[in-house]
Structures are given as C-alpha cells and as structure tokens.
Design a binder for this molecule. Structure first.
Ligand code: HEM
Ligand SMILES: *[C@@H]1O[C@H](CO)[C@@H](O)[C@H](O)[C@H]1NC(C)=O
Ligand SMILES: *[C@@H]1O[C@H](CO)[C@@H](O)[C@H](O)[C@H]1NC(C)=O
Ligand SMILES: *[C@@H]1O[C@H](CO)[C@@H](O)[C@H](O)[C@H]1NC(C)=O
Ligand SMILES: *[C@@H]1O[C@H](CO)[C@@H](O)[C@H](O)[C@H]1NC(C)=O
Length: 472
C-alpha cells in the first residue's frame, strides 16, 4: 500500500513538472491568449457543462470576450487553439494537407473504418474526394438523383397522419435515399433491418469522451461489423453482375481504380454516416424554425403552391427547373444551415509551427475552427441569433461566401454532399408544405440550438390540406 502511494506520489510530481515544463516552453512562443486550465483535464469540464445550457456558444463566447477570437484552451487531453475568426478559419480550411491535417480519436476511426474518406490523407484523399464530388454534383442530381429524392419523399409522406415524429421520419427518409443512391436499394425489409444496425453504429459516435467504458460503444462496434458484412455481400454480388448501373457503387467500380471490397464498403459507410444526422437534422430544424416564423412560412407556402399550380397536377414530379425556381426556399435553406450549425466546426492538427495573426501555434497542436461562432456573431450577421431568411434575399452576406458562411466547410475537404443536402431539403419542404399544414405537438420541445446531440424527436400534428382545383 505504502509503495503504491509513493508511486502515485512520484507519478503526480512527474506529470505536474512535465506540465509546467511544457507550459514554460509555450510561454517562450507567442501562443494565442487563454488558459490551459488544470493538468490533464484542462478546461474539458467547463466545455462539457457549457454545452448543457441553451446558449449556442457559451464556452466560446466567454473566452472570446476575454481573449479575442483566437484563444488557447486545453480540452479532451490536449492543448487546443480555438478560432472564431473568419479569416483564420478560412486559412485552416484551405491549407488542409499542407499545414494542417484532419485528426480523429481512435474510437472514431474504428467506427468509420480505416479506408474512410474522412480519415484519408494525401493523394488518395484527393482522388476519392473528387470522385465523391462527381457522384453528387448538380448534373448527377438533375439527371439521376432528383427523381428518386422526390419519389421516396412522397412515398414516406403518404403514410403520415395525425402525430408524426418529425426527426424519426427525416432519418428514415435520409437513410432510404442514401441506400438508393449508393446501391439502387429500394426501401424494404432489408434496408429497414440494416438501418436498425446502423442506428447503433451512429450511437457509438456520441459516446465520447467515455468511449472505452461504454457498452454503447462496444455495441456500436459489433453493429458496424454487421453493417460492413451486409454491404460486402452487396459488393460481391455486384462484381459478378455485368449490367451497368447508374448508382455510386456502379460508378466506383467503373472508375478504373481497382478498389478493394474493403475500400468500397468503408466508402459507403462514410457516406451513410456523413449524410445521416446532418441532413435529417436540417430537415427537422427547418420545419421548426418555419413554424416559429409564420411570415416566412406563409411566403414559402405561396412559392410552393405557385409551383404546384404551374405544374397543373398535384402529384407531378419535381423537376430541376422547379428546384431552380425556388428562390425564397433557398433563402430558408441558407438561413436554416446558418442558425442550426449542425457541424459546429472542424478539428485539425498542425503539421508545423503556424504563424497567424501575430501568434504561433506549435506543431502537433489541435486547432478548432468554429463556424458556429462566426455564424452567430452579430458583427458578421445582423441580429445573428434570429432566424431571418430574408437576410439572404439581396444576397448581401453571400457577397463574400466561404469567408463568413461555411456550413459545409471548404477547401480540399469541402462537403461533397452540399448540393445534395440542399436539394433534399428543398424537395422535402415542397412536398410537406403543399400537402400538409401542421402544428407542433405540445410536449417535447426541441431546444433552439442543437448544441449537444438532441434526443428530441420533434413531434408534430399534421393535417392534409384540401387539394385545390388543380387536382386532375
Ligand atoms: C446539411 C447537411 C450537411 C452538412 C451541414 C455537412 C457538413 C459537412 C462539413 C462541414 C464537412 C467538412 C468536414 C471537415 O472539413 O473535416 C463535411 C464533410 C463531408 N460530408 Fe457533409 N454535410 C452535410 C451533408 C452531407 C451529405 C448528404 C453527404 C453525402 C453525400 C455528405 C458527405 C460528406 C463527406 C463524405 C465528407 C468528408 C469529406 C472529406 O473529408 O473529404 N455530407 N460535411
Ligand atoms: C458531374 O460529374 C460527372 C461525372 O460523374 C461529369 O461528367 C460532369 O461533367 C460533372 N458535372 C459538373 C457540373 O461538374
Ligand atoms: C486489383 O487489386 C487486386 C487486389 O486488391 C490485385 O490482386 C489485382 O491484381 C489488381 N488488378 C489490377 C488490374 O491492378
Ligand atoms: C446560399 O449560400 C451559398 C453559399 O453557401 C451562396 O452561394 C448562395 O448564393 C446563397 N443563396 C442565397 C439565396 O443567398
Ligand atoms: C432588398 O432590396 C430591395 C430593393 O433593392 C429593398 O426594397 C429590400 O428592403 C431589401 N431587402 C433586404 C432584406 O435588405
């Protein structure tokens, strides 16, 4: 016992002096101002407790007021520089692969798979990223994906009556769409059972930072194995099938890169993961923000009723020119992405000492570029914390896109799904608004800013709208 205690004592003395030594080295560099907090835990506890409140940026707000938009903290076991400065964020995004690279904890890598696009670096990343961009670019959406987006959304809305759990429905739609786009799988028993496993995988991403003690995480890893097995079977079948297919799996196999089954499966899982919570959350939050902003909802209704009226048939498919004519909808989409900030920012690691804005960030440090802190800053957006789609009408903020407004990131890791997500949300709003009126069910209110993962499902009561004289 005594020897255990003295061991403990030395360990503590040793690590505290190491901590102080490192701190004095950092003092010689001109680090961004801030506090490294306590040894080891740093300011992690403050970060976690801050996000339990409803203020969207409590942790960053407080430190920004004290130190300015670039500051040093210490979270999740590492010193980390936070940036709420638009130019610095841009610099970080554009220098991906040169001065910064992505960095995820090992627990996340295990869930994603080692060949995931999100973890790839260097020339392989470049190749895979451009392939992914070409699978979901506007030409492909227009010529192939739009029909299925519209059809699957309509199919799901057909069964809506009375009380609908909006978030659940949005997730179902998003999953079905991705399965269709990836491998032409139509919704059915197989996709539903895969989705059940897949939901457990997703749960695993939210167990940080207690991953290794977590039963949820272990279950997620098992579920990932099952999902990967099911997808591997699909890939194998496809290898023996010569019919050309116009889905992402077909394009991947036809690319001439000779990807292994494992690479292809990890690729598909990456797309499922990256598009799922993100797209379904903006679908839900757009409806929530509109419900709370009746003027915006009325204007949107007018836009979509007009489109339906011009088509003359209440069920006629949404075409690309319809999407392109949804001017106010695009304002609503932009504003939803700005206020909701599903991906609040991105973590990177410095590959070398970085000099920026008069500060030095040491090599090997973590940086966090916060998009939310910029989107929510009244210096950059007037009444920044209010949902106001009209602010996009004269395109004033869009005059400098990518600097102040970056819901999809930018640079070499720009989200390949940026157009797809916009189209899915627009078509969803079109079908929802032309078919239903709704009101939120009284209980279960979704918090305004989903700063932590919200378990809320946002139930609404829907009523079918009377069809107008255009019905044929
Ligand atoms: C509202 C919906 C979405 C938002 C807000 C969003 C946001 C983002 C952001 C900010 C990044 C950059 C991450 C980084 O720089 O480290 C990203 C990457 C990515 N997104 Fe999205 N995304 C959305 C929907 C989608 C969809 C529908 C797909 C499916 C095609 C998708 C696929 C990806 C992939 C594969 C990456 C990784 C790119 C890379 O690392 O090279 N996303 N997304
Ligand atoms: C989209 O990608 C396809 C290949 O998948 C390519 O032929 C087409 O030119 C691309 N369109 C745009 C607008 O980049
Ligand atoms: C494709 O990759 C497999 C292994 O992944 C290899 O055995 C095969 O020779 C490769 N084929 C070509 C044409 O490169
Ligand atoms: C929405 O934001 C994008 C930048 O992501 C911009 O290019 C586009 O013009 C904006 N749309 C409107 C209607 O302002
Ligand atoms: C947009 O511009 C028009 C005329 O140029 C003006 O009447 C309107 O108030 C402006 N809207 C916003 C939100 O600035």
């Amino acid at each position: 016992m005594a020897s255990f205690l003295s061991l403990l004592f030395f360990a503590v003395v040793f690590s505290v002096s190491l901590f102080l030594l490192r701190r004095s080295r950092y003092r010689r560099l001109r680090l961004p101002p801030g506090s490294l907090g306590l040894p080891f835990i740093g300011e992690t506890l403050q970060l976690i407790s801050a996000y339990k409140t409803e203020n969207p940026e409590p942790f960053i707000d407080k430190r920004m007021n004290r130190y300015g938009p670039i500051f040093t903290t210490h979270v999740f076991g590492e010193p980390t520089v936070f940036s709420a400065d638009p130019e610095t964020n841009r610099f970080i995004l554009l220098n991906e692969g040169k001065l910064f690279d992505c960095s995820y904890p090992g627990s996340i890598s295990n869930l994603l798979g080692k060949h995931s696009l999100l973890l790839m670096k260097g020339s392989l990343h470049k190749r895979m990223h451009s392939l992914t961009m070409s699978f979901a670019n506007s030409t492909i959406i227009k010529d192939h994906l739009l029909v299925d987006i519209d059809r699957l959304i309509r199919l799901n809305l057909d069964s809506w009556t009375d009380r609908v759990l909006l978030m659940e429905e949005a997730k179902k739609i998003t999953f079905e769409l991705t399965m269709k786009q990836l491998m032409s799988a139509d919704p059915g028993e197989w996709t539903e059972s895969l989705r059940k496993e897949y939901v457990m995988v997703i749960e695993g991403f939210f167990t940080l930072p207690l991953t290794f003690f977590s039963a949820t995480y272990r279950r997620a890893i098992r579920a990932r194995t099952k999902v990967a097995e099911a997808l591997t079977l699909v890939v194998r079948e496809r290898r023996n099938d010569d019919r050309p297919r116009s889905d992402m799996l077909g394009a991947l196999m036809a690319s001439g890169d000779n990807f292994s089954d494992e690479v292809i499966v990890d690729f598909m899982i990456a797309l499922l993961v990256a598009g799922y919570e993100t797209t379904s959350t903006i679908m839900t939050l757009a409806v929530k923000f509109l419900t709370e902003t009746p003027l915006a909802l009325a204007q949107l209704k007018e836009e979509h009723d007009q489109i339906r009226a011009n088509k003359g048939h209440s069920e006629a498919a949404v075409e690309w020119c319809d999407y392109k004519s949804m001017a106010f909808t695009q304002c609503v989409v932009n504003e939803t992405l700005r206020v909701a900030n599903i991906i609040s920012g991105i973590f990177r690691r410095t590959m070398t000492d970085i000099n920026i804005k008069g500060y030095t960030i040491p090599k090997g440090w973590k940086v966090f570029a916060s998009f939310r802190a910029v989107h929510m800053n009244p210096e950059h957006f007037k009444d920044a914390r209010t949902f106001n789609p009209w602010r996009w009408q004269n395109n004033s903020e869009a005059a400098n896109p990518g600097i102040l407004y970056s819901p999809f990131g930018g640079g070499p890791r720009l989200c390949p799904g940026y157009e797809l997500a916009r189209v899915v949300l627009s078509v969803f709003l079109h079908r929802l608004i032309t078919r239903f009126s709704w009101e939120p069910a009284e209980e279960d209110k979704l918090v305004f800013f989903p700063t932590t993962r919200t378990q809320k499902r946002y139930p609404i009561i829907v009523n079918r709208r009377e069809r107008g004289p255009t019905r044929s």
